[in-house]
Design a protein around this ligand. Structure first.
Ligand code: ADP
Ligand code: MG
Length: 693
């Protein structure tokens, strides 16, 4: 970076802190907001909290001492309408004295605040000495960009650096979007878009700029999303050319027998999604489908039907889930069906040891086992399938992209079905799973009732637990979830043990049990099955029960320290109740102090029971970067686009990308050569995305 004018070794290091290590990085390091310094105001018009640019004359200036260590440099500026104070807490005295000599004409910009003693003041304003040369200034008399900076690198030098980069390198910035596309959308050229996104033209609209909606900014947002979608379209298209030879006959004998065993009829949505799956399985191209369905929408039966279809066609199938307890539950649910259908089912988790483990693995290898349910233990090296025809990944959001790939490698392009209950906002789904087909399970089984969600604070604990008690008296059951297992001195959490004691003490007439991840598998299974048989009324638990657990008679979910849980997790936990025909309650127990974000989460939970609304809310509270644990889950780090703000551009970019790949599958058409180059460079920069594409 040092070959940029104004950048020496020291600044190069500071720029690196901002991840600016190349010319291209700088070109695309866009201001995150702008300040309008085109309108000069009179001092009397300045209002606290509203950004202004003023001109005036220095009336006096100097250092003020406030206590032993604290110093402030103050300049009093006046115009014909009044005075205002400018203050600096960090300054070089000699420099400041020189700059703010009495009588000096000055321009200053900033946000005034009202000081009760001394009146209106601006802390650390941007200033410039007024002279005839202001026309060329980057700071004054213009709409001025504001960049993220870091300690030791001032906004002013940042602007100068970016300006130098633009001046020198923009003429070299090659256009790579195809002509017809540019014309269709009336985009400015790449260099024009970059220039205007940094230093807007005179007369630009500040509101539009701050909302990232000027044509120049739109084009850059489009560019980024288009390249991502192009990568996804390319990948999807290539996958479509793979041939498995696994053309399944669907709705065969086994499926017919299975459907007869079901204690209910399928919902319309289940039938629709199964139809889409069956259509995929009848094709030679491997299925690559995502099912999105809120907690309790009935994904398990859909998965099981797919697993059985594979078995009906002489292959094996696997169901992979994120936790041991969920694997055990799926196993227990599926087992009765398998027994009646005469199929071999096995459960593979890390608890599987010794001889038993050898035997299970052997049966999988020889093909004796038809269906395997398990955790990520399933993808370990020693497991070899005779012929894996289909794999289902449940609660996909808990796995990384790598695991999704790994299970696929256990067979020769097996059909892949992934299921997620964490509803992902559409924008994120399009970037995360943009290469998959998506089915929506958007209907609940009949008879479900809304779950009443209420918030309680420490002093209302008795009230919350009395709601539970009432339900227990009516024969219902309850979950109580706690964030930690043992009281720790440093972290003041109500530990599961403490809560468990509290319940035993206050509700001696009911049987409570404590379940957590450290229990042995047998103990856990026995507790779960006793809970299912209603021998246990209250299940106190750490978050091990978060996903998937299904006990329709449970109608109360108490979440202790709800303020510490993330939104997706809270919604998942709430989904453990409301699964039967009885009215259910989700009781959020919160303890002070509660962060602002925590409060927002509590509010979101009370306001909506709809997973998609919750997910959008979550994205808003946390921002896309944080939304799914970023790197591991493969959410690409966007530099310019924002998945909340730019959903429409995303849809357009996606359409254009898939359209282009349709006509030029390998992007080899000579007129797309610059695009091909740009895509390769882009993917090279996005290591996270490389894993997905
Ligand atoms: P999830 O989508 O959260 O995995 P499950 O598959 O665990 O949901 O289903 C939730 C509950 O709904 C289970 O008790 C299941 O037996 C029941 N269920 C699923 N489909 C139907 C249906 N069509 N009619 C009635 N109950 C159903
Ligand atoms: Mg489930």
């Amino acid at each position: 970076m040092q070959f940029i004018k104004g950048v020496g070794p020291r600044k190069a290091i500071l720029l690196e802190k901002l991840h600016l290590t190349s010319i291209e990085d700088c070109l695309y390091f866009l201001p995150f907001r702008f300040e309008d310094r085109t309108q000069f105001k009179k001092i009397s018009q300045a209002v606290p909290g509203e950004y202004v640019t003023l001109t005036g004359e220095v009336l006096s200036s100097g250092t003020i001492f406030m206590g032993r260590r604290k110093r402030v440099f103050e300049a009093i500026i006046q115009d014909e309408t009044g005075i205002i104070r400018a203050k600096w807490f960090r300054f070089n005295e000699t420099y400041m004295k020189e700059k703010f000599q009495t009588g000096q004409k000055i321009i200053l910009s900033g946000k005034p605040t009202l000081n009760n003693r001394s009146g209106l003041e601006i802390i650390h304003p941007e200033t410039e000495q007024e002279s005839g040369e202001n026309v060329s200034s980057l700071e004054i008399g213009k709409i001025v960009p504001v960049y993220h900076v870091t300690d030791g690198l001032h906004l002013k030098s940042m602007r100068a650096i970016i300006k130098n980069v633009l001046d020198k390198y923009l003429p070299l910035a090659e256009e790579f979007l195809p002509d017809d596309l540019i014309q269709r959308h009336n985009f400015p050229s790449r260099s024009e878009a970059l220039a205007k996104s940094h230093f807007p033209e005179q007369g630009s609209c500040l509101k539009e700029l701050d909302a990232f909606k000027t044509p120049a900014q739109r084009r850059l947002v489009f560019e980024e999303l288009f390249l991502i979608q192009l990568g996804l379209a390319f990948r999807k298209n290539r996958a479509g050319e793979e041939r498995t030879g696994l053309v399944f006959k669907t709705r065969g004998e086994l499926i017919k027998r299975f459907v007869k065993l079901l204690p209910f009829t399928l919902t319309g949505a289940q039938k629709k999604v199964l139809g889409e799956i069956m259509e995929d399985l009848e094709k030679e191209k491997p299925m690559n489908r995502l099912i999105q369905g809120d907690v309790g929408s009935g994904k398990t039966i859909v998965a099981l039907t797919a697993l059985l279809t594979a078995v009906d066609n002489g292959t094996q199938s696997a169901l992979m889930v994120p936790t041991e307890i969920l694997a055990e539950q799926h196993y227990l649910n599926i087992r009765p069906f398998c027994e009646k259908l005469g199929l071999e089912l096995s459960l593979v988790t890390s608890s599987l040891k010794g001889k038993e483990r050898q035997k299970y693995f052997e049966d999988i290898r020889t093909g004796k086992t038809h269906i395997v349910v398990g955790t990520h233990s399933l993808i370990q090296k020693e497991i070899q399938f005779k012929k894996l025809g289909l794999a289902v990944i449940d609660e996909q959001h808990r796995f990384g992209v790598m695991q999704r790939e790994a299970i696929g490698k256990k067979g020769d392009h097996p059909h892949l079905l992934i299921m997620t209950a964490t509803p992902i906002p559409r924008s994120l789904a399009l970037t995360l799973y943009g290469d998959m087909d998506v089915s929506l399970l958007d209907e609940f089984p009949p008879g479900r009732q809304e779950i009443a969600t209420n918030l309680f604070f420490e002093n209302q604990r008795g009230k919350a637990y009395s709601i539970m008690e009432k339900q227990l008296q009516q024969g219902r059951q309850a979950f109580v979830v706690c964030p930690l297992i043992e009281e720790s001195e440093s972290i003041d959490l109500k530990a599961a043990v403490t809560v468990f004691d509290y319940i035993q003490e206050h509700f001696p007439n009911f049987t409570a049990c404590l379940i957590h991840g450290k229990l042995k598998k047998e103990e856990r299974q026995s507790i779960m099955s006793r809970f299912l048989k209603k021998e246990i009324q209250v299940l106190v638990s750490t978050t091990v029960i978060e996903v998937g657990i299904d006990v329709p008679n449970a109608t109360v979910m108490i979440i202790e320290h709800a303020e510490r849980f993330g939104l997706a997790q809270l919604h998942q936990l709430r989904g453990r109740v409301g699964r039967g025909n009885h009215a259910s309650h989700c009781l959020l127990m919160a303890y002070h102090p509660i962060s602002e974000e925590g409060q927002a989460r509590m509010k979101a939970m009370q306001n909506s029971g709809d997973g998609f609304v919750i997910a959008e809310e979550d994205l808003k509270i946390r921002g896309p970067g944080d939304f799914m644990g970023t790197r591991q889950s493969g959410v690409p780090l966007l530099k310019i686009a924002n998945l909340l703000r730019d959903i429409q551009v995303l849809e357009t970019a996606r359409k254009e990308a898939f359209h282009l790949i349709e006509s030029d599958p390998d992007i080899t058409d000579p007129k797309h050569q610059p695009l091909n180059k740009a895509l390769q460079r882009f993917l090279g920069n996005y290591m996270e995305l490389m894993e997905v594409i």
